[in-house]
Structure formats: C-alpha cells, structure tokens
Design a protein around this ligand. Structure first.
Ligand SMILES: CC(C)(COP(=O)(O)OP(=O)(O)OC[C@H]1O[C@@H](n2cnc3c(N)ncnc32)[C@H](O)[C@@H]1OP(=O)(O)O)[C@@H](O)C(=O)NCCC(=O)NCCS
Length: 145
C-alpha cells in the first residue's frame, strides 16, 4: 500500500475528528511549529493522517492515525515511512505512544527513558502535558538518509 501525503492545516476537521475518535491529542493542533498531512490512496480517498512537530535539533512524529476501516492493510506503515521521508537527513526523531510501541519498533524506533530525551522534546505540549506520563517515548535508532 502506497500512501501519498498532502499538507493540511492543523485546523482540518477530518484530522481533528479522526484523532479524537482514536483518543489521540487534539488540544495543540493549531500551535506553531507543527506540520500535518492527509494520507490518500491512488484514488485520492483519505486513509489516514500524520504529523511532525519541529523542535530544536530534533523532531517529534505525532498524530499517526489510520481510519478504522483502512487499518490492517499497510497504511500505517506507509504513512510512517512517508512522514520520515519529509524530515531532513540527520534529524533525530522521537515519538510518544500509549498503544502502538510495537508498531513503531518495525521502522526502527526503540524505547528510551525520559532521562535520555532532550529538553526541547520533553517540553513539547505532547510530552509535558497532553500525553499521559505513562506514555512510552521512542527514538528512531537508525540514521535518516
Ligand atoms: C497504529 C495504527 C496507525 C496502525 O495502522 P495500520 O494501517 O493498521 O498498520 P499497518 O497495516 O501498516 O501495520 C503494519 C504492521 O504493524 C502491525 N501493527 C498494526 N497496528 C499495531 C499496533 N497497534 N501495535 C503493534 N503492531 C501493530 C501490523 O500487524 C503489521 O504487521 P505485519 O507487517 O507483520 O503484518 C492504527 O491502528 C491506528 O490508527 N491506531 C489508532 C491511533 C494510534 O494508536 N496511533 C499511534 C500513536 S501516535
């Protein structure tokens, strides 16, 4: 499954609804330094959404969500790969998840403790407040090329 990314605004109603339905954070979608994307199949139909939060010297992948009816067909994997390709080579990439750690282990994310995470990432609203303290933090262990 190949998903094409199209840039959208944080206020996009489809993004907000799909994240909300999946109980993912929506409180900070319209804050600065965030990029969001709609993932579509060959027919242009929306399959999911994804986002990047740009931090000092690093980036946070966030808001990775596949529409419930499109799950289990490789859409999530393609969305994640396409999002990573939007980042500059050499970027250090983090994410926080409460439910999909083993999904993100496949493209090379490994679990890190909060003590290993830079302050610029820890201070994002995602990690400092919105995501539960129990969320797993992961770092991409392979270099982005
Ligand atoms: C997690 C999510 C994005 C996966 O999307 P998907 O399109 O169903 O995933 P894919 O079909 O691309 O799955 C790729 C592989 O990961 C596995 N996988 C899928 N969801 C998984 C999960 N939650 N945990 C662990 N593994 C998972 C699949 O079995 C598949 O394995 P395979 O290659 O051996 O067949 C989707 O279930 C979703 O939107 N969940 C709700 C939101 C969420 O939790 N987002 C992540 C936090 S930001």
């Amino acid at each position: 499954m190949i998903v094409r990314l199209e840039t959208i605004e944080g206020r996009d109603p489809g993004l907000r609804k799909t994240l909300k339905d999946a109980t993912l954070p929506v409180e900070d979608l319209e804050d600065d330094s965030r990029s969001f994307f709609r993932g579509a199949g060959a027919d242009g139909k929306t399959l999911g959404y994804t986002g990047i939060e740009h931090c000092e010297g690093a980036a946070l992948i966030r808001s990775v969500v596949v529409l419930p009816e499109a799950r289990g067909h490789g859409v999530g994997k393609s969305l994640t790969d396409a999002t990573l390709r939007r980042l500059a080579p050499g970027t250090t990439v983090y994410l926080a998840t409460t439910s999909a750690a083993s999904f993100f282990a496949r493209p090379g994310f490994t679990v890190v403790s909060r003590a290993e995470v830079p302050a610029s990432i820890l201070s994002t609203r995602q990690l400092s407040g919105i995501c539960p303290g129990s969320a797993t933090i992961m770092k991409l262990s392979r270099p982005l090329t």
